[in-house]
Ligand binder design. Structure first.
Ligand code: MF3
Ligand code: CO
Ligand code: CO
Length: 295
């Protein structure tokens, strides 16, 4: 998948993105007619492409993340505390020989993010009891054999109302539409555009402060993947890129605030917020989700 030495014609646009013809720009700098896109992406954007071995490693970490989400789905119910979700995730991850990436990440004190109702993301597990009708996002990142995979789902608890069902369904469809834009030649802006267009068309809003991100060697790598944007804008996708798409969509306004704990993000207007996330690979002709679940 790693794109080595892609042939670029003398009169083609230079892959470094200067806007100049290749012959007027990078051609000759390395004394060759070919250019290594891997080097261009690393130097220009800080993006580390993944090879087949890396991809298999992230895929295995991703399978564990999905198994952990499935475990949570079977156990989650009203009356439970968010800390009990943390214990489930932590113990299962360790039992499988992996490490929960959130624990102690930039001071985060727990092994998973659990974000209820008006909490947009980064909810810290604790004594909050889950209620019938709540929407609960569980965001899991596991490190297995040095590779990171990151995915989340928002669960509807018990008998949910029309608002809860709406924001969960709209957000799930946003992830589906965002991921469907992932293929070589499309841009990061195409992903954000597809998400924003759908969410706003349904009268919902897109959170700006948190974005998708490169992932695999580390928790958060380059590039950033906004869930809003314009068609054709931003970095072109090429095979071997691995990043998350993880739209946070609010039923009301897009504004948020951070609680005293310096982590928990909540909607300013108190409206419901949902999120779905997968880790995706750009392939030669489209994408492969490395944390695949039905959307
Ligand atoms: N999993 C989140 C993401 O999708 C990041 C959580 S950072 C933490 O990027 F420290 F809160 F875990
Ligand atoms: Co993420
Ligand atoms: Co995540």
């Amino acid at each position: 998948m790693k794109t080595k030495s892609v042939k670029v014609g003398r009169n083609d646009p230079c892959p470094c993105g200067s806007g100049l013809k290749y012959k007027k720009c990078c051609l000759g700098k390395n004394g060759k007619e070919t250019i290594d896109l891997e080097d261009v992406y690393a130097e220009k954007y800080g993006i580390r492409l993944k090879n087949l071995q890396d991809i298999e490693g992230i895929r295995r970490a991703g399978r564990l993340v999905l198994d952990t989400l499935d475990l949570v789905e079977t156990k989650i119910k009203p009356g439970m505390t968010t800390d009990e979700i943390n214990t489930l995730v932590h113990e299962f991850t360790i039992k499988k020989g992996a490490t929960p990436a959130p624990l102690n990440y930039r001071g985060f004190p727990k092994s998973v993010c659990v974000s209820v109702n008006e909490v947009v993301c980064h909810g810290i597990p604790g004594g909050r009891k889950l209620n019938d009708g709540d929407i609960v996002n569980v965001d899991i990142t596991s490190i297995l054999n040095g590779y990171f995979a990151d995915a989340n789902k928002t669960f509807l608890l018990g008998t949910s109302g029309p608002e809860a069902r709406k924001i969960v369904n709209v957000t799930k469809e946003c992830l589906k539409r965002g991921i469907s834009m992932v293929k070589p030649g499309n841009t990061i802006g195409d992903i954000g555009w597809a998400i924003q267009d759908f969410a706003e068309g349904k009268g919902c809003s897109v959170v700006r402060e948190f974005v998708g991100h490169g992932v695999g060697f580390e928790f958060h790598e380059s590039p950033q993947v906004p869930h809003f944007g314009q068609k054709g804008q931003g970095i072109q996708l090429i095979p071997g890129m691995v990043f998350t798409v993880e739209p946070m969509i609010n039923l009301g306004n897009k504004e948020l605030r951070i609680l005293e704990d310096n982590w928990t993000a909540v909607t300013k207007d108190g409206s419901l917020s949902a999120q779905f996330e997968q880790t995706v690979l750009v392939t030669n002709n489209g994408y492969e989700s490395l944390t695949p679940y039905d959307l």
